[in-house]
Ligand binder design. Sequence first.
Ligand SMILES: [Zn+2]
Length: 88
Amino acid sequence: MQQFHCPFCGPREQSEFTYLREVARFPALDADASAWHRYVYDRANPCGAHAEWWQHQHGCRQILSIVRDTFSHEVLDIRLARASQATA
Ligand SMILES: [Zn+2]
């Protein structure tokens, strides 16, 4: 089974984590319906590196930003989502 290295808890089985969604910015609050439709329903589905939000549901419950290769399942980067938001 794949492991994720939580910044707080260390290496843990993927089953402890819950996938939330791909990393994306919220549309402006006054954005039109098509912008919100794209945010809610459209997914990139790349073959390669993909930035995703996961929650360590059965651990520290932190939301993590994980860059994962969707072809090889290699984890390329893990950091706190709130830390990655500061640099996005
Ligand atoms: Zn954790």
